[in-house]
Design a protein around this ligand. Sequence first.
Ligand code: 5U1
Length: 698
Amino acid sequence: MAARRSRPPAETRSSGARPPGEVVERARQLRELIEYHNERYFVFDEPEVADAEFDALVRELRALEAEHPSLVTSDSPTQRPGGRPASTFAPVTHRLPMLSIDNAFSREELLAWGTRVQRLITEPIRFVAEPKLDGLAVSLTYVDGVFTIGATRGDGVTGENVTENLRTLADIPPKLKGKAKDIPALLEVRGEVLMPLAAFEALNHRQGDAGERLFTNARNAAAGSLRQKDPGITATRDLALFTYQLGIKEGGPRLRTHEQTLAWMKALGFPVNPHIKAFDDLDGVFAFIEDIEHNRHSLGYDIDGVVAKVDDLGQRAEMGFTSRAPRWAIAYKFPPEEKTTILRDIMVSIGRTGRATPFAVLEPVFVGGANVGMATLHNEDDVARKDVRPGDTVVVRRAGDVIPEVVGPVVAKRPPKTKPWKFPKKCPECGQPLVRVEGEANHHCVNVDCPAQRVQRLVHWASRGATDIEGLGEERVRQFVDAGLLEDAADIYALTVDRLVPLDRIGERSAQLLVDAIEASKRQPLWRVLVGLGINHVGPTAAQALARAFDDVNAIMTATEEQLTAIDGVGPTIAQSIGRWFSIDRNRRLLERLRAAGVDPPGEHGQQREIVDASFAGLTFVLTGSLENRTRDEAADEIAARGGKATSSVSKKTSYVVVGESPGSKFAKAEELGVTILDEAAFEALLAGGQPTLNDQV
Ligand code: 5U1
């Protein structure tokens, strides 16, 4: 695991004095690791470490920075709010936060939770236990029984509006079943979207055939499928849903228990997991956990534990919440699965920056719900510490969506005459030296023309977190590089149907789709292009900060380090890295060729509209539903051009809520708070300088 925690020795800790060299170095390493894992998570949708491990890195860096404040730089990941890239989807503020659940990892921890909750209540507690689905939490809002808004959980407070994509799921009722009088005016149902394993395997087959990237597991595939720009693609992905909880409920029958709630949700048309059971004590719950764990691979979808909940809603109300989670529920997490297999070989892969990462080639083994044939070994020290050797029987661990890991060898089964593995001296792809700089953990291939680096740079450019060229995954990139069609990102824009069709496995239609996707990528915003360039330390957060501050790439190139560090979220490390990147001739040439190909997006700074007039100064607008004559973004621009502000949540201070087709819960909120509601015509009258009359209001 790359994320090993090593505190500096006690005698080197100090508060005021300059931090010792090894502390400075550790802080630098931590920042780099955090950036790397952020990128794996946000750009590639393929995390390499579990959330808890990532959090441990951030905590360690925070602790170092607290002890040595001089280590804090404005671009440190600890100085940023959440590090989430701006989404393609509109934000949705959850009226009731979507909380997480506390975890238990053993029977003792489960029983300790039982003791804690029983202390809060005099009557005996009945529990309900249900599989913890390894999917994507969503919130579904129904206004007068009609599905109106579907959102991802996001950070629990704000999610993404993925209504149109969710509408394509057969499991989501567009309209609730039942008599009108029993249907609540407003109902929010929560659950988990997942991809059944059969659908996941079929999807990866199709992805492989089309030369697209494969998804690591069903959860990532579900997340990727739900967050498609084109709902038509989501519709092809066979996503499923189980609902397990209510959020807001205004009207409808009075419910007293969780079991009753689930039965009612089922009657309304929501799918509820069939493996849910009630128990009078936690011994029963634990037997259920063991049973589900034993049978987890025959369910047909991934689960990672069991959630135990207090059944009685009155008791729940008495127990309440901590700041993070309800007291009345606990998630028992299954331990990561481990299996033994044979280590066939240790090989090295080369990333886009030239980083050489050793990985284990394994006799395929079924572990953690997937067939595993490869596992990461991180770096030279990791291999040395574990002392795994080709031919060894090794223990392989796979937890959730994390890349499988080799835990260590079964030394008793080691064949005779094996030798410790040695890091290769030459790049397996280009034959140039692999260099490990003193004090660094990783080896690098120093040849920027290395074909492996070239492929990975191109894959990164086209990836979802960067210019998002649908259809240009790793296999296609390799094929095009091998065919001599691609060397760098600018070459992508010279691909034509005629040049692609002679290649294997590319028909006229798929060539045309790819060329269209390439053309569309020219309209990506500046921040995505900056991410795509792969400048060290410039991930989505820094790229967005830069795009907000500059007119275009050229302005960033000519900016001084001082101008760069003046930007919130850009510190000396990022500024120096940007300076270095632009100082390289080939990078500047690449930019010129990209510009000539039509890839030269303006920054948001450059796009800022002139103020047309100040007629909206001091006014706040909230936009909901789809407008006929403009997108919500365009409407927000029109508001800004008149000195007003478009915000995402309705409060008493909101001046107007502009309502389009299929409005969300903001409509109901505006009514509740008595905020003036405008339809699009009334909004247009206001834009034209008029006053909305009562007749304009809906
Ligand atoms: N099955 C199930 N999964 N799950 C996840 N129930 C459940 N409940 C949750 C979550 C986050 O939250 C409630 C306890 C609030």
